[in-house]
Design a protein around this ligand. Structure first.
Ligand code: BDR
Ligand code: CA
Length: 310
């Protein structure tokens, strides 16, 4: 099994990712940290705890982290995830409570106490990760790899150029990209492709299993995407795809590419992915602080990931 730390802003598709991570036998979730993003922090924490109950998860420690980005104002995505972050899905109250320590301390402690390096999976704005790197550089060598959902080599969603997680806290993403830790980017190029058909989601929701009902309802979250704001079924598994990437990397086309985060102007929050043919990346990019050569997922066998998720 692969031991992971999960950082989330639950979030309809973060909820799908949490359920996937808890139920997949080859993933071992050691701790979950929460950050403001799709919804305000307190709502993210509550949603996360309730989803753990729905997935019948073991007692995994959960901690609250940053209430807003490093420099940007906090801007929740209620137009996508609803005011409650779960698209209106009402879950029973939970007796789970968050840890009394911060997300940064929970990550530090979990890394420090682990016998083996851990994979850090970020499905949200990277504020907590940036704070960890700046506060506790001594645990960096316990991070095997950072896998993040965010960024794009093509279209944006928060703006025409920028993906939401990176756009929400561009400085944090720039700190993470500049950390020197091996990084894998699961961006919109693949995120937008993996969808579950409406009839499959509906049969989950009516199929009788309590967890299936929750997953079906989350997949059925309708998003105001069109210009007249009519509600559209997407069936996106979203953040859960970044966990599929851990389990089944061979279903992705991945390239090592130089990537930088734009911090100014209209492009603020854009990940510029240099897809030119080039030789000798060390000659061109060596020593230049603002470009980092990372792994970028550019294409996915989408039906395969949808099936894996189901
Ligand atoms: C990302 O932003 C959020 O809406 C989703 O949870 C995902 O992490 C997509 O841009
Ligand atoms: Ca998310």
């Amino acid at each position: 099994t692969l031991p992971i730390l999960l950082d989330v802003d639950t979030g309809v598709d973060d909820a799908l990712a949490l359920i996937f991570a808890i139920t997949h036998p080859s993933l071992d979730v050691r701790a979950i940290t929460c950050v403001a993003g799709n919804a305000p922090l307190a709502q993210v924490v509550e949603n996360t705890l309730r989803i753990l109950d729905a997935a019948d998860a073991p007692p995994i420690p959960v901690a609250a982290g940053a209430v807003r980005p490093l420099l940007s104002p906090g801007r929740a995505a209620s137009h996508v995830h609803g005011e409650d972050g779960l698209g209106g899905l009402v879950l029973p109250e939970t007796s789970r409570v968050p840890e009394s320590v911060s997300a940064v301390e929970l990550m530090r402690r979990t890394l420090a106490e682990s016998d083996e390096p851990l994979t850090l999976v970020a499905l949200a704005p990277q504020t907590n990760l940036a704070l960890l790197l700046r506060t506790h550089p001594e645990v960096v060598d316990k991070i095997e790899r950072i896998v993040f959902m965010g960024g794009s080599a093509s279209v944006g969603n928060a703006t025409a150029l920028a993906e939401f997680n990176v756009w929400h806290d561009p400085e944090a993403a720039a700190i993470v990209l500049g950390s020197g830790i091996p990084i894998f980017m699961y961006g919109l190029d693949v995120f937008n492709q993996v969808t579950v058909a409406q009839d499959a989601a509906a049969s989950l929701a009516t199929g009788g299993s309590p967890l299936g009902v929750v997953v079906g309802a989350l997949l059925g979250n309708r998003v105001a995407l069109s210009e007249d704001s009519s509600l559209v079924y997407t069936g996106l598994i979203g953040d859960a795809g970044a966990l599929c990437a851990l389990v089944e990397p061979e279903s992705l086309r991945v390239e090592r590419r130089p990537v930088r985060v734009e911090l100014a102007g209209y492009g603020r929050g854009q990940t510029v992915v240099d897809r030119r043919r080039y030789s000798g990346e060390d000659v061109i990019y060596g020593g230049v602080g603002d470009w980092s050569v990372i792994e970028v997922a550019l294409d996915v066998d989408a039906p395969r990931y949808a099936a894996l998720f189901l």
